[in-house]
Design a protein around this ligand. Sequence first.
Ligand SMILES: [Zn+2]
Length: 465
Amino acid sequence: MRKRFIEAVCKQAFAAVFLAALFFIPASAGASAKYVFLFIGDGMGTAQRNAAELYLAGRRETDGDTLKRDAQLAMNTLPANGFIRTDSLSGITDSAASGTALATGHKTVNSAVAMNPKIGEKFSSAATIAREHGMRVGIVTSAFFEDATPAAFYGHASKRTDHYNLGIQLVESGFEYFGGGGFINPKGKDKKSRDLYEMAAANNYAITPRLDDFSSRKAISPHPKSSGGYMPWVIDKAGGPSLADFVSYGVKLLYGDRGFFMMVEGGKIDLACHANDAAAAVHETLAFDEAVSKALEFYAAKPDETLIIVTSDHETGGMTLDSRAEPGAVYGALSARQGSYAKFERKISPVKGARIGDYIAMAQKFFGPGVTPAPDVEHAFRLSMTAKNRRETLEPRYRKLYGPYDPFTMACVKASDALAGITWTTYYHTGKKVPVSAIGAGADLFSGEYENTGICDRLIAAMGD
Ligand SMILES: [Zn+2]
């Protein structure tokens, strides 16, 4: 295996072997990684992991749990830890450039998926290389299958929005498993192109939303309640399989002598953080962590041959925990929430003569006691009741204050988050370094601080040992 991997790697610009020599990457402790899990929490920085852990600790305190269950996230128990820098060639990265770095070991510009769009050069991903050398490959995401992060592992596009083209590349990738959200646009933007599910079925994929079909060695599993290709918000409790269920099914489908490589993305942590919704972010992070626990169960049975890496592509929102962020406060404020910002936003549209008292009462039911008739909440309410194209006249900082979201919803989300001691600096991505945690065969390679491209290089080194 090692020789074949090194041959493949040497075709790449940043060969892992050269990198190892140049940057003194220590040799991994002997065993080669035959079963590899790469977990990517989209938008998940240290504060996001911390907040989810405080929520667990608060739940334990509040429930009066005399058993003292461990309130640590599974991902925070992994022994090897490091940080990666996430900038792309455009500066602050988007998920396409960072997905490309993690998957292929190459920096690129924002919006490009696994290629250099200027010269048309395409980059091979660790998943493709693993497959070329006999391993089975699975891709799981709570976002849609053609979204930038998963796409960087199986396809190439100069623009990440080229979804249908990426969908075709998915169907032709030969990867054995795709699970999670679903296709965003199975028939293309014009809704007239050939259905991607149909094409997949013709390529011997079982289409199995119920995760119980083993009739084919290849499967595509869209969530039965997916919306726009996304899995439903965990906090909205829509039912259906969890991210952990998709991982469990993937393990059963992929397991065998050839080994496997599975990438698992928590894609909606990022969306929650864009909207500065700490409760939705915590629930998505906990679901992602349950998926990590499934991989850890597998690791317990095969510790010498399994490698689990948990990292992120970038931080989103500039999430900060302040002095109020004690476990009880975090759990108290966030567990009072009845759903995601997106669910509440659907209830709000401009109504003539709307009475603010009614809306505050509704918001208090939905977001909990953090919402009060404070001046900023009232100001946001007036904007929400104004037609979108007239809001800027009323409030020149409208976009800066509320991003692309409904103003009243954002004011309520922020008030509830603040009660938990959680504040935000932006609706976009930040340049913060993000953590890497690893366990198993070759895990020691992932310690230290390095560029995001180093994840791919180390993965290949660990698989090829
Ligand atoms: Zn994002």
